[in-house]
Design a binder for this molecule. Structure first.
Ligand SMILES: [Cu+2]
Length: 295
């Protein structure tokens, strides 16, 4: 799900700049096997290397053929709640992106489905998500380049089993935790390793995501807030042109996942643009941003 003003602004400015990174060591150690699913987005659809997988702790290796300058991939995975339909999700999705109906959109999306990430990626900048999934039908979409009207196409993943494996854990350990809180804030350490695995947990009662956007060194949260408050349609003065972004896509309340990333060292800002369920105001404008330094 994508409604990031900053990201859109950055995309405009970086158009034509191609970012290519080497193979990530943090990502290269992902074990191959039945619990790994390759997920490739192209900006508007998702391709999986399998149609079904056994329940338990699963690692999704998420990559994209879309350049960051073209918007990259925004890959969402969800499961319908009981008695809900894909039409309910589509309705919430379309509402979410209008300032007028954003609040209703968040409420409808939360009621219709449980969201499990996955990740915001671009060509040359893969990420991985590890989480425990129970048996059921899951849907994946890439809204990196959303259609002018309608909703992105869906790819289905069947998670098999009787649930007995669902308690399995992964050997992928995380060194830091980012918490999306009930107060619509990110709680996270100020300094991170530039590559590794973090735990992202949503302990609030609404939807959140975590875009990781590069910013100029010295950028402060007050600078980010001032830009957001200004309503400017031009890129922020702290925009960075030559470093990739990434992020964890929409996560439902009480869902946690592990996120493996490899980004160039530097200063970044964490942002969430989900609409508040009452006012429709994007969480970032309400203060859900946090500047961190990756070293
Ligand atoms: Cu949020």
């Amino acid at each position: 799900m994508r409604s990031s003003l900053l990201r859109s602004a950055a995309v405009m400015v970086t158009a034509g700049v191609m970012v290519a990174l080497g193979t990530s060591s943090a990502l290269a150690d992902t074990k191959e096997g039945q619990h790994v699913v390759d997920v490739v987005g192209d900006g508007s659809s998702v391709h999986l290397d399998r149609t079904s997988v056994e329940a338990g702790s699963l690692t999704f290796k998420v990559s994209s053929t879309a350049l960051q300058a073209a918007g990259g991939s925004t890959i969402t995975m969800f499961r319908l709640k009981p008695d809900k339909t894909l039409t309910d999700v589509a309705k919430g999705y379309q509402e979410e992106f209008s300032p007028v109906t954003g609040a209703q959109g968040t409420r409808d999306l939360k009621a219709a489905a449980t969201f499990y990430g996955l990740a915001d990626v671009a060509s040359g900048v893969p990420m991985a998500v590890t989480e425990t999934l129970r048996p059921g039908t899951y849907y994946l979409a890439d809204s990196g380049t959303p259609p002018a009207s309608g909703v992105p196409s869906l790819t289905t993943l069947t998670v098999r089993g009787d649930g007995s494996q669902a308690g399995g854990d992964s050997d992928r350990s995380s060194r830091l935790t980012v918490t999306a809180t009930r107060a619509d804030r990110f709680v996270a350490p100020k300094t991170w390793p530039h590559e590794g695995t973090l735990t992202f947990e949503n302990v609030s009662d609404t939807l959140h995501f975590m875009a990781i956007q590069p910013v100029q060194p010295g950028t402060k949260d007050e600078d980010v807030q001032a830009y957001l408050d200004s309503g400017a349609q031009t890129p922020p003065p702290f925009t960075v042109l030559d470093r990739p972004s990434g992020g964890v896509d929409v996560v439902s309340p009480d869902v946690s996942l592990r996120f493996t990333y490899d980004l160039p060292a530097g200063t970044y800002v964490l942002l969430c643009f989900v609409a508040d369920e009452t006012t429709g105001m994007p969480h970032a404008v309400m203060g859900m941003h946090k500047v961190v330094v990756l070293d």
